[in-house]
Write a protein that binds this ligand. Structure first.
Ligand code: NAP
Length: 277
């Protein structure tokens, strides 16, 4: 299949392109080649390249930055998704669009299912939700993948931040009242490759299995690296003033994905072990 990937040089994109390239012809694009907010150019590029599938991994992902750059957040995360969906509609291509747990407010006591009503707490989540709505309205042949807490070899992520801070400080204060599922971009890329072969449509939740708080995640990272001289203090979100509010419960129910591919994503601890090895 001919697959066009937007956001190819992002953290997910850099794992996704080689994962898809094993079986498919992959055309990789990022902001230096094409800005997805440019409706005309996106449309033209898709018409010229004529891919069968377009994956949108491009996004404005700075969650706190989105609060002060609302216009940019909506331009990239909502209008960008709309432009790609319209391009796909014009040539009957399928679109796989990446979205986020931040479309939910985190007040549920259970893991979120695909059909649960979204209610974003911050600008990032609102802009990503509008992107989802555009894709759903414009293109019947779409798959929206909601994921969360990504870590990977090619981008700024929590694992690397904790290791950097542990090399500089004796004590780390980490939030212990937000729960989610850390997800390895290599594993998510594997899942997306599997889904290319399936005719999955609609929304799917995909994360590594298991869950933890950021505090538990940090402890596990240091334990894996045998760093035991740092004290990690659990704190509440209220103690860490940040521009964007985050959901307390970010856990996504991935049963739909598991049923479709006949397999569960591996546990996040196992994925972390491989990442750190
Ligand atoms: N990271 C997470 O924890 C997380 C959680 C939930 C969902 N997701 C979703 O997963 C997907 C991949 O995330 P990621 O972590 O790989 O993000 P990332 O590392 O920030 O990569 C996104 C890529 O998109 C590019 N981009 C930004 N604006 C663009 C534009 N206007 N036109 C074209 N390209 C543009 C970025 O370029 P620059 O770097 O130059 O801006 C970057 O290369 C996104 O849809 C994101 O919303 C991520």
């Amino acid at each position: 299949m001919k697959v066009l990937v937007f956001g190819a040089r992002g953290m997910l994109g850099k794992d996704l392109v080689p994962a898809l390239s094993v079986k498919h012809q992959v055309l990789a694009r990022d902001i230096e080649d094409l800005d997805i907010t440019d409706q005309h150019r996106v449309q033209k590029e898709i018409e010229i390249l004529r891919p069968q599938v377009v994956v949108n991994a491009a996004a404005y992902t700075d969650v706190d930055g989105c609060e002060s750059n609302k216009e940019l957040a909506f331009a990239v995360n909502a209008d960008g998704a709309r432009n790609i969906a319209a391009g796909c509609a014009a040539i009957n291509a399928r679109m796989i669009h990446l979205s986020t747990d931040y479309v939910f407010d985190g007040t549920s006591s259970a893991p979120y299912r695909e059909e649960d009503p979204p209610h974003p707490l911050n600008v990032h989540g609102s802009s990503k939700l509008l992107g989802e709505h555009y894709v759903q309205e414009i293109l019947r042949d779409h798959l929206i993948i909601r994921t969360e807490w990504l870590f990977g070899r090619h981008g700024k992520n929590f694992v690397d931040t904790i290791l950097r801070l542990a090399a500089q400080q004796e004590e780390l204060r980490v939030v212990n009242d937000q729960r989610g599922a850390p997800t390895f971009t290599k594993d998510l890329s594997w899942a997306i490759e599997k889904l290319l072969e399936k005719e999955a449509k609609g929304i799917l939740h995909i994360t590594n299995s298991g869950s933890c708080t950021w505090y538990e995640f940090a402890r596990r990272i240091l334990r894996e690296k045998n760093i035991d001289h740092i004290s990690i203090i659990p704190i509440s979100s209220a103690e860490l003033t940040r521009p964007a509010e985050r959901p307390a419960n970010s856990i996504l129910n991935c049963h739909r994905f598991e049923t479709l591919v006949g397999q569960k994503m591996r546990n996040w601890e196992e994925a972390l072990k491989e990442y750190l090895a």
